[in-house]
Design a binder for this molecule. Structure first.
Ligand code: HEM
Ligand SMILES: [Cu+2]
Length: 540
């Protein structure tokens, strides 16, 4: 067996050298740090998923079955905080971004490898604060709205401190990526040759560094208000709760793009490879990422149409929110045009990518409903919103992560996973997801409010469908991730150097890559946009 492995992976690579747990915990190799992050964020995904299933089980039938109203409040808060701050904000950038960015631009590592490791440990410390908050779990919702977050007796200070600390990790990762893309591109890797995933991650990094400090300050002010009684947000102390909402959403709308722009990048890499066609409209796809990042900063108060903002402000935020649809739709048209007349191969990564396009289309179109001022007054705080944002975050970012994990699995591990199991798991994820959240659009339109542990009997059929869907969905994810884990540990099916015949740089080096990524610095010479990536990149 050893000789067999030796034959398949003749070289020392980043996984097998150096050896030992300590070498992993102190590594400055971006590829290993990516895996540390991956392991940790998947733990959060699992914990957040369990919280979701407990809630959905409670909601299977009307009446009080499993948890009390108070426990339910704590559960949706825990679920939201875990999924947002610990899972999907680090999400694709900290895992796939870390792994791929240097490989895709032909660099040995990120610009500041030690800062990269520090970001990871800051993340871990933030997570530990979150764990400490479990002693008295928060019940405010992940949004920590004042004045309730002033009044509740739960661990608001610990939990917001956790989010505050996690923010630093995110900022430092973003900073690291920006400098990496500016400074470490291989000779010939010009801006107009960068893979679309790099563009997506770069645009994300800009948002991470500009928006995260705002939520950091906001949460710090909240902590100061709770601990010292300074009157900033609490009306009892002369503060303004609407100010909290402005500051909170100034970050928390752009954060959606922190989650989704990297997923756009992933899909932009995968679709051309599996359609055997160059990406349609490379330049406009990259520019639309930047446009989304910029417009994303000026639409935040669409979350506050019913919070008592002025009519003028509400109309402005409504109209400008529609504008986000333009660069987003451009992307969808470009992906579809890329597939058009392509010879499509329906391998698992492509299925996730196509699933992404469909689910994100639903997310985007229902977003238009919510952007429309007059409609949102009715939909606000109903299950319509819950369905919409799960289509965006889960249908977008999580499915994008799944696509990426399958596509780059051979690169990361040097192995192939079982394709049939991968496809079956995809079907379960896709059906389960839609079964969970399509009924919730209906629930919302009929007036079912969000964040309630109970409901009137007339909502039962749609709630029951949603709960069944949630179990199928969760089973699908578990099956898919188990398939990958199993292949990584046990499979002897070693990956060929470039199993999907991609033309981009990360595939021009052995899989798994050596510690220093490339034996010699690659030189990108002639360039046409190939299957999503530079066609003739000479990794000489
Ligand atoms: C199997 C998958 C999932 C299921 C079944 C699920 C289910 C739920 C449920 C039942 C709620 C509470 C709804 C309410 O009472 O208002 C909720 C809220 C939420 N979910 Fe999920 N969820 C899933 C995945 C995700 C993912 C992947 C994310 C983000 C990455 C996410 C983010 C959120 C957020 C931010 C909230 C709002 C929490 C709040 O109201 O404070 N969920 N989800
Ligand atoms: Cu928003």
């Amino acid at each position: 067996m050893t000789s067999h492995q030796h034959a398949a992976n003749p070289a020392q690579n980043y996984l097998n050298h150096p050896k030992g747990v300590w070498s992993w915990l102190t590594t400055t190799d971006h590829k290993r740090i990516a895996l540390l992050y991956l392991f940790t964020i998947l733990l959060s995904f699992f914990a957040g998923g369990v919280a979701a299933l407990v809630m959905r089980t409670e909601l299977m039938f009307p009446g009080h079955d499993l948890v009390s109203a108070d426990t339910y409040n704590r559960l949706f808060t825990l679920h939201g905080v875990l999924m947002i701050f610990l899972f999907i904000v680090p999400g694709i950038p900290a895992t796939m971004g870390n792994f791929l960015l240097p490989l895709m631009i032909g660099a040995k590592d990120v610009a500041f490898p030690r800062l990269n490791l520090l970001s990871y440990y800051i993340y871990v410390i933030g997570a530990l604060f979150g764990v400490a908050a479990l002693a008295n779990p928060v019940d405010t919702g992940w949004t920590f709205y004042t004045p309730y977050s002033m009044d509740t007796g739960t661990s608001v200070v610990l939990m917001t401190a956790a989010a505050f600390i996690l923010g630093f990790s995110s900022i430092l990762t973003g900073l690291n990526f920006i400098v990496t893309v500016h400074k470490l591109r291989a000779p010939g890797m010009t801006w107009s040759r960068l893979p679309v995933f790099v563009w997506g991650t770069y645009a994300t990094a800009v948002i991470q560094t500009l928006a995260t400090p705002v939520v950091g300050i906001t949460l710090l002010l909240l902590i100061m208000e709770r601990l010292m009684g300074v009157g900033i947000f609490d009306p009892k102390l002369g503060g303004d709760p609407v100010l909290f909402q402005h500051m909170f959403w100034f970050y928390s709308h752009p954060v959606v793009y922190i989650m989704v722009l990297p997923a756009f990048g992933v899909v932009g890499e995968i679709i051309p490879v599996f359609s055997r066609k160059p990406l349609f409209g490379y330049r406009i796809v990259c520019l639309s990422s930047l446009a989304i990042a910029i417009i994303g900063f000026v639409v935040w108060a669409h979350h506050m149409f019913v919070a008592g903002i002025s009519d003028t402000a509400a109309i402005y935020f409504s109209i400008i929110t529609f504008a986000v649809a333009i660069p987003t739709a451009i992307k969808v048209f470009n992906w579809v045009s890329t597939m058009y007349k392509g010879s499509i191969r329906f391998d698992t990564p492509m299925l996730y990518a196509m699933g992404f396009v469909f689910l994100f289309l639903v997310a985007g179109t229902t977003g238009i409903y919510l952007a429309a001022l007059a409609a949102d007054v009715f939909y606000h705080d109903t299950y319509f919103v819950v369905a919409h944002f799960h289509y965006t975050i889960q249908g977008g970012a999580v499915i994008g992560l799944m696509a990426a994990l399958h596509f780059w699995f051979p690169k990361m591990t040097g192995k192939m996973y079982n394709e049939t199991v991968g496809k079956i798991a995809w079907i379960l994820v896709f059906i389960g997801f839609n079964l969970t959240f399509i009924p919730q659009f209906g629930l919302g339109m009929e007036g079912m409010p969000r964040r309630y542990y109970d409901y009137l009997p007339e909502f039962q059929s749609m709630h029951s469908l949603s709960t069944i869907g949630a179990y199928v969905n969760a089973f699908g994810y578990s099956f898919a991730l188990f398939n990958l884990l199993w292949a990584w540990i046990f499979s002897k099916n070693y990956a060929p150097a470039n199993p999907y015949e991609s033309l981009s740089l990360e595939w021009q080096t052995p899989s798994p890559p050596p510690t220093e990524n490339f034996v010699e610095t690659p030189i990108v010479t002639d360039w046409t946009y190939g299957y999503g990536t530079p066609l003739k990149s000479g990794a000489h």
